[in-house]
Write a protein that binds this ligand. Structure first.
Ligand code: COI
Length: 334
């Protein structure tokens, strides 16, 4: 069985090879899948992709034309795949519903507590051998803080537990309240979560046409003055201009993000000294140390990587052996 895997970085190669217990015939490609390299899938049986791979109608049509039947995304999110096209082309799509919620939650925690304690600001100064102490370094303790979790799926819940472990009050909003979360978080209406939280951390999938730019000006206006906003989920749920404005006006004291809408165009590339095409993102990034940006590394940990690859291999094996897979992404009716 020939399996082409895209977006495999150097450090990941060893994982792909050592976890290959089904002896798939692997082609590991470092680039994300795009309009050109999709041709390297000719003759393959299945394709493994990750976020930011271009799995649009045109590329899925090419894959189906090569005889490929299985698209395995080693991600939780699947908004990078045109599911309607996949359904029409009779492709099966499977994902990894949980590879290690802690990987993403720990990143959200790191961004949040660094901004709460003004660590980036302080260390920029000491890096310049300015050892004075100023008002910007004064901070509230975590156990006196309220953390607002948006979205209480596995990742949101894990983030809630981490903050709770540090003694914070953790409140949450979700359109689906979960029993598992109820013992950990206090569910409140969105307005209340925003009004009382010192840190708001988003753990929300993106559904096109449903929650685009959910974090917009009206949303931010409902937040506490000087709060911190964290997003380790999807860039499409946030309005960059509104966040930029809020940082510049000091409505938000800090913003930490692992994601941007349109990140495909610049994440994973070295663009030092160049201007980004998007002037709003360009300006946001320039606002370090109040704005902390990581290039979608939420899942970039040893545990997450192992599980992403292992579960994706299991997904393909299940399709081949049993014709079905418990991690199948439901496709729309056509
Ligand atoms: C996800 O699993 O949904 C991610 O965001 C991971 C990333 C490699 C795209």
């Amino acid at each position: 069985i020939q399996l082409v895997c895209f977006g495999v970085r150097d450090v990941e190669v060893e994982f792909f090879n050592s976890l290959n217990k089904y002896n798939f015939d692997l082609t590991l490609i470092e680039e994300l899948m795009n309009d050109e390299n999709v041709e390297q899938c000719k003759g393959a049986d299945a394709v493994m992709i990750r976020g930011n791979c271009k799995a649009d109608r045109s590329n899925l049509t090419k894959l189906a034309g090569y005889g490929i039947r299985y698209i395995l995304t080693r991600t939780v999110g699947y908004n990078h795949i045109d599911l309607e096209a996949a359904a029409e082309l009779e492709l099966k799509v499977a994902r990894v519903p949980a590879y290690s919620p802690n990987a993403i939650s720990e990143l959200a925690l790191n961004l949040g507590i660094n901004l709460l304690r003004n660590i980036p600001y302080t260390t920029v100064k000491t890096h310049q051998k300015d050892f004075t102490v100023d008002a910007m370094m004064f901070s509230k303790e975590i156990r006196k803080s309220t953390i607002g979790i948006l979205g209480t799926g596995k990742i949101g819940l894990t983030t809630a537990k981490l903050f709770k472990g540090l003694g914070a009050r953790v409140v949450a909003y979700d359109i689906y309240e979960s029993e598992a979360a109820r013992g950990i978080v206090e569910y409140l209406p969105l307005e209340e979560v925003l009004a009382i939280s010192d840190v708001v951390s988003a753990h929300v999938p993106h559904f096109k046409g449903v929650n685009d730019h959910f974090i917009n000006e009206a949303f931010i206006n409902k937040m506490k003055d000087g709060a911190v906003l964290i997003n380790t989920s999807r860039g499409e749920i946030q309005d960059h201009s509104a966040i930029l404005h809020a940082i510049k006006e000091n409505k938000l004291s800090g913003y930490g993000t692992d994601v941007f809408e349109g990140e495909k165009d610049f994440f994973f590339r070295k663009l030092t000294g160049e201007k980004l095409d998007d002037p709003v993102i360009e300006e946001l990034i320039s606002l370090y140390p109040r704005v902390l940006v990581t290039p979608h590394i939420g899942s970039y940990t040893d545990e997450a990587l192992t599980n992403m690859v292992e579960i994706s291999y299991d997904n393909l094996h299940a399709y081949l052996m049993y014709g079905r897979c418990e991690n199948e992404v439901p496709l729309p009716e056509i």
